[in-house]
Design a protein around this ligand. Structure first.
Ligand SMILES: Cc1cc2nc3c(=O)[nH]c(=O)nc-3n(C[C@H](O)[C@H](O)[C@H](O)COP(=O)(O)OP(=O)(O)OC[C@H]3O[C@@H](n4cnc5c(N)ncnc54)[C@H](O)[C@@H]3O)c2cc1C
Length: 402
């Protein structure tokens, strides 16, 4: 490839693949380079984690042709948030608020499969995989990136480089962008369980002294569990046999969905927050986890990353029509302006949620109970909360409004 590309995306995870799809057919010369071979079982984040997709994300993925009736997503019709030991709970019911659903739950593996299928249909996109970015040189008119596939290396020039290469982003490091990290000293176990009661589209978030627990509907009687525990307890929880694990989940989560049974394989994820000091550098943008990684309990990471790339795709299409430079300083400034409020609000929301709900100080518990009580009873507040959790925040990208 001797020509200079308009956009080179490094990282074909959930966010980078979504950007490549959003840009296909726009008339831009785009390539997607991914370190792993293009197979769902080989890509690190196309795994067993269950993703709660906000309504705005579902809309956008449908509009992009990624989600359709064949993809087994379960609608979230009710949300129940509580804190063990506190009085009250917040119950949101989509029907009560005149909405069909708040969003949907989908295993990351299924979303990965759907993205790979849709990538196969892209007409103009150049896919390079497996290929790992190993060096970056920024010039005035273009960025040159060295990609390594086995023993071969090649250099590609692009007017805009997009770092969608995850929490440990090579692109971010190579450009010397600082990060602020916070280790939550927690580990999340992800698995699936069978519930005794019908879930009827209910998603639960329960906060406990040992960490937050989320139970997401996967069909009528199967649920995806995200159970966070202090890192010091992780080895002990990993070693529990199935019966002891179920007993531990009941202790944390309670009996709202009846007896739990048939736990699937347990996968642990150490939990940390990472915020890049800036999301742009000369001719470069960071998106998704490369720009910010948040605690999974708020179910925000991919939803936020998708809003990053939908906004970027809109700006790139506008720039293309106006014949502007896709890597020019003006576009990068506009991108930062468009994303600033949502990025700040969503990253602090996820962090505040963990801190506020983890606080066992008695006056804090009383305030929390009052907050639950108010939110549960005041419909306009509920509606505001619901709209934000559905991803309608910041400058909403057009595709999310479909
Ligand atoms: C337990 C858990 C539950 C979660 N639940 C939710 C949820 O309910 N809702 C939600 O919105 N989010 C959730 N998330 C967050 C979500 O999974 C992430 O935000 C999302 O996967 C980030 O996608 P990404 O494409 O930015 O990064 P990644 O998924 O990490 O992808 C990065 C890609 O870049 C590639 N790569 C890395 N380095 C290079 C290189 N040098 N060259 C080429 N390629 C490279 C990697 O192979 C990888 O494919 C959850 C996360 C966890 C851990």
């Amino acid at each position: 490839m001797n020509e200079t590309l308009d956009v080179l995306i490094i990282g074909g995870g959930l966010v980078g693949a979504s950007l490549a799809i959003a840009l296909d057919g726009a008339g831009l010369r785009v390539a997607l380079a991914e370190a792993a071979p293009p197979r769902v079982d080989l890509q690190p984040s196309y795994d067993e984690r269950n993703l709660a997709l906000a309504r705005a994300s579902v809309n956008a993925l449908e509009a992009l042709g990624v989600l359709d009736a064949m993809v087994p997503a379960t609608p979230i019709r009710r949300i129940h948030v509580s804190r063990r030991g506190d009085f009250g709970a917040v119950r949101l019911d989509a029907a009560e608020l005149g909405l069909p659903a708040f969003g949907a739950v989908l295993p990351a593996r299924e979303l990965g499969n759907a993205l790979l299928r849709r990538l196969d249909d892209c007409k103009e996109l150049v896919r390079i995989a497996p290929a790992k970015a190993v060096a970056i040189e920024v010039g005035a008119d273009a960025v040159e990136v060295e990609l390594q596939s086995g023993d071969t290396t090649r250099r590609i020039r692009t007017r805009l480089l997009v770092g969608a290469d995850g929490t440990e982003s090579f692109v971010r490091g190579a450009l010397g962008i600082d990060v602020v990290r916070h280790d939550y000293a927690q580990c999340a176990f992800v698995t699936t369980l069978t519930t005794e009661k019908l879930l009827a589209g209910a998603a639960y978030e329960r906060f406990t002294d040992s960490g937050p627990v989320a139970l997401l509907p996967l069909g009528e009687r199967r649920a995806g569990l995200v159970l966070s525990v202090p890192a010091a307890m992780a080895a002990e929880v990993a070693a529990l046999d199935d019966a002891a694990f179920i007993a531990f989940v009941h202790k944390c989560f309670g009996w709202r969905v009846g007896r739990l049974s048939r736990p699937g394989k347990r996968k642990p994820y150490p939990l940390a927050r990472m915020l890049a000091a800036r999301t742009t550098a000369a001719r470069t943008v960071l998106v998704g986890n490369a720009a910010q990684t948040v605690h999974p309990i708020g179910a925000q990471g991919f939803n936020l990353g998708l809003r990053d790339v939908l906004t970027l795709a809109e700006l790139l299409c506008e720039a293309h029509v106006a014949r502007d430079d896709p890597g020019g300083a003006e576009l990068l400034t506009r991108y930062v302006e468009h994303r600033a409020a949502d990025r700040a609000a969503t990253t602090s929301f996820s962090d505040d949620l963990v801190r506020l709900m983890g606080n066992d100080f008695l006056p804090m518990r009383a305030l929390r109970s009052l907050g639950f009580h108010a939110l549960d009873r005041i419909t306009p507040l509920k509606r505001h909360f619901a709209l934000r959790s559905m991803g309608f925040r910041g400058g909403v990208p057009t595709l999310s409004l479909t």
